[in-house]
Every structure is written in C-alpha cells, then in structure tokens.
Design a protein around this ligand. Structure first.
Ligand SMILES: [Zn+2]
Length: 103
C-alpha cells in the first residue's frame, strides 16, 4: 500500500486497494500515484495544509511513527482526485479518525 506523508501537519493518507468491480489494479495505482507516477515521491501536495507531502511505501514506513500521526484511508480513485485537485474529496469531507495500529 502507498502512504503519502505530510510531516508539517502530521498527516498521512493511506491509499487502500479496493475490491469494487471497477477497482484499479496495483499496477494502475502505481502509475497514477505510486512509484511509476510523476508525483512520486515529492510531487504530492498535502490535501490538508497544501505543503509538500512525500510518497512512501507502507512497508518502508515505521509503524511506531505512523501511529502518532493522523491517518486517513482513501481508495485509489479518491486519492487520485484529491491529489489532482479534481474533488469531490477534500479534507473537510473526509472522516477524521486516528488509527490505533496499522497491523
Ligand atoms: Zn499537511
């Protein structure tokens, strides 16, 4: 899974794979938002504060650090819309919660 981490506002978006019929495959996700995209790794703009956010693979992130951050799960479609300014997803429309654990 892909994480987009904003250090200035302590905010993480996690891009979750979906099981819907029209879900993007992992390859497509990588091309739109992941290591094969032109956003990767430093082209993301935090949807919360607008500062520069960094893409990383979840397996490369430290779970202890992530646990202290505000984390939100988005589908690939939502994330693509959010990071390309297409809406309708925006920070204020998302559910806010803190994850206790990523495992
Ligand atoms: Zn931010």
């Amino acid at each position: 899974m892909i994480l987009v981490v904003c250090i200035p506002c302590n905010f993480v978006i996690r891009i979750m794979p979906t099981h819907a019929a029209n879900a993007m495959g992992e390859r497509e996700v990588n091309q739109l938002l992941g290591p094969d995209s032109n956003l990767w790794p430093n082209g993301f703009e935090c949807v919360k504060c607008g500062k520069n956010a960094t893409g990383m693979l979840e397996r490369a992130a430290d779970p202890k650090v992530l646990r202290t951050m505000e984390l939100r799960d988005l589908t690939p479609h939502e994330a693509f819309a959010a990071f390309n300014g297409l809406g309708p997803v925006s920070y204020t429309h998302l559910d806010v919660y803190k994850r206790q654990s990523l495992s």
